[in-house]
Design a protein around this ligand. Structure first.
Ligand SMILES: [Ca+2]
Length: 105
C-alpha cells in the first residue's frame, strides 16, 4: 500500500505541488497525521512494513518540504515495540514535534 499526501489550501483546492507518495513500503501504511513547523511538514503514520520480523504495527514519520519533496525517503521509525502502535497524532510545539499514538491491543 502507498501512503500519499496532498497539500491543500483552506479553500480545499490542491496547491500547485499536487500530491506525493511518502511511503511505498510493503504491507500497510495507514492513519496519517501531519503538522507544519513553519519550514517543513512532518507526516506520521501507522505502518506494518516490519511484519516479517515484528507482527505488530509501528509508527513511522518523514519530513516534507512545502513543495512536497520527501526528505526522509526510508521513513523514520518513531515507535517499534512488539506491542501494537497505532493511530498517531502530531503537533508542532515551537521547537519540537510531539507525536502521540495508541499502544496496546
Ligand atoms: Ca509495534
Amino acid at each position: 500500500m502507498r501512503l500519499t499526501v496532498a497539500v491543500l489550501v483552506l479553500a480545499g483546492v490542491a496547491a500547485g505541488a499536487g500530491s506525493r507518495v511518502v511511503s511505498s513500503a510493503p504491507f500497510d501504511q495507514t492513519s496519517p497525521a501531519i503538522a507544519f513547523d513553519g519550514t517543513n511538514f512532518l507526516v506520521t503514520w501507522q505502518d506494518t512494513r516490519d511484519i516479517p520480523t515484528d507482527t505488530s504495527a509501528n509508527i513511522y514519520a518523514c519530513r516534507l518540504t512545502p513543495s512536497l519533496e520527501v526528505l526522509d525517503t526510508a521513513g523514520i521509525l518513531v515507535a517499534g515495540t512488539r506491542e501494537e502502535d497505532y493511530i498517531p497524532a502530531v503537533a508542532w510545539g515551537g521547537a519540537d514535534y510531539l507525536i502521540a499514538w495508541h499502544r496496546g491491543c
